[in-house]
Design a protein around this ligand. Structure first.
Ligand code: PHE
Length: 476
């Protein structure tokens, strides 16, 4: 039998198509949608960024998403092994596995700082849980959040959190520990269970908070901000960040979707599945915008606050809102759920590599890579306090003034991830065997032609532009 009809090498797999779809949506929907997207949209002035972003998702992201699902489905083992199999069956050099290695390394590095940021979310969930607890105790459960505190006091919470290595470490430890625990339990017993429980809860919370925002906030102003384009704001830099955000949000370029795709059983329609994932991820980003900005506008705050939008601006808005204490708690639980279903997909990439390529047991592999990422994360969080002067890549102009966490983020996001995406599009657009592509994807002839065209031409060109402008911003 060819590799498209055999069982997965590791014997692991999703129990159904919907399990895969939920897990993949869980991987895609994360801090990228709820924190990074509103931050970037706010900073870039809204409409033009948002419309350009949507174009990137469907013209570049979707073809790459299908390409990664294809590699996993055809290879049926860890990302590197899967690429090797597709290369063998296409009679091209096995050197192509290098992009799987870049991806696995990127996923390992990303999960290290992702867990630190998710730790901040965990801390805020705790703050709001305590606040809601005291609201209930005071017999006023529907009061605003953090009653009686000044804007400075609320903003200082983040500053104080950053100043405390032990608090940051505790949160990082708890989040990474949870991620490691789920990954160690395996594909159907851990990752799939987490996704099938958490993702429905996520959608209920998301819709609930959005309706709340529509009732108490100013949705029309938010919608106008998000969808009315001012094309003069679409600078090369904004386009660059929209492209990068599309890749990050769909989890592309880190071999994560290859890994999840390798657990797909026979008979799953790949094309429509990719479309579902892309639409769901984009819908969540847009809904997150329609959830956050009405609340921000209702109390007259600045949408361009930057990365602190979610941690400083939003808590202040919750103070002034009816039931803000409860809604704040639910909001941070929502973000936490989204973050953990993404972090497990990140840790799964190196873990699957350890199982498939190094012959380790799942528990050993998850412990080694999860533990390693935990240590790198410690360096990232110390960069906010005791090592705040450290600039790891100070010799490199674009990173000259970048702290540890932002260096790991920037190096993976601006270099490794576009590089992974670039090599994926060339590999599938030009090198992979046409018959293997056709029989595995089962696309209609026009859809297949369009997919191949986008992968062969548009993706490499556009992604090369991100890469070059990311490395040499002085060209912009
Ligand atoms: N897509 C995730 C998010 O939006 C981040 C991520 C990137 C997850 C790469 C897995 C792989 O938060």
């Amino acid at each position: 039998a060819t590799s498209t009809t055999t069982e997965t090498t590791t014997g692991e797999g999703w129990s159904s198509r919907s399990a895969f779809v939920l897990a993949a949506i869980g991987a895609a929907v994360g801090l990228g949608n709820l924190w990074r997207f509103p931050t970037l949209a706010g900073e870039s002035g809204g409409g033009a960024f948002v419309i350009f972003y949507i174009g990137c998702v469907f013209l570049l992201g979707l073809p790459l998403l299908l390409a990664e699902i294809f590699i996993g489905r055809a290879g049926q083992t860890d990302a590197i092994g899967s690429i090797r199999r597709v290369a063998e069956e296409s009679n091209v050099s096995k050197g192509w596995v290098s992009f799987g290695a870049i991806g696995a390394l990127a996923a390992f590095l990303i999960v290290s700082f992702y867990s630190v940021v998710a730790g901040w979310v965990l801390y805020y969930a705790g703050v709001f849980a305590a606040d809601f607890g005291s609201a209930v105790a005071a017999g006023d459960p529907f009061r605003g959040a953090l009653e009686g505190q000044s804007q400075d006091e609320i903003a200082n919470r983040l500053t104080n959190l950053f100043a405390s290595p032990s608090l940051l470490l505790g949160m990082h430890f708890a989040f990474m520990g949870g991620t490691l625990f789920i990954v160690a339990r395996g594909v159907s017993g851990g990752i799939e269970k987490a996704a099938t429980w958490l993702m429905p809860a996520f959608f209920v919370l998301l819709i609930g908070i959005t309706i709340y925002g529509a009732v108490v906030g100013d949705v029309s102003e938010a919608a106008a901000f998000l969808f009315t384009p001012d094309w003069s704001r679409l600078t090369p830099e904004v386009m660059n960040s929209a492209l990068g955000q599309a890749l990050f949000s769909l989890s592309l370029g880190v071999a994560g979707i290859i890994t999840y795709g390798s657990y797909i059983r026979e008979g799953t329609p790949l094309g429509s599945t990719a479309v579902t994932i892309a639409i769901a991820d984009t819908a969540v980003a847009l809904i997150a915008g329609l959830m956050i900005f009405p609340i921000v506008f209702a109390v007259g705050l600045d949408p361009a606050a930057g990365p602190t939008l979610v941690f400083q601006t939003l808590p202040f808005a919750f103070e002034a809102m009816p039931a803000g204490s409860l809604i704040g708690l639910l909001f941070f639980i929502l973000v936490l759920v989204a973050a953990i279903t993404s972090s497990i997909s990140l840790l799964e990439v190196p873990t699957a590599y350890g199982i498939g390529e190094l012959g380790w047991s799942r528990t050993t592999s998850a412990l080694v890579f999860g533990g390693g990422a935990f240590l790198i994360g410690i360096a990232c969080l110390l960069g906010y306090n005791v090592w705040s002067d450290v600039r790891p890549l100070s010799f490199w102009p674009i990173f000259a003034d970048t702290d540890i966490l932002d260096t790991v983020d920037g190096f993976t996001g601006k270099i490794m991830l576009p590089l992974g995406a670039l090599l994926t599009s060339i590999f599938i657009g030009w090198k992979a065997d046409r018959r293997l592509l056709e029989t595995t994807t089962q696309l209609s002839a026009p859809a297949f032609a369009l997919w191949r065209f986008l992968l062969a031409w548009l993706c490499p060109l556009a992604v090369a532009i991100i890469l070059v402008t990311g490395l040499f911003p002085s060209l912009l």
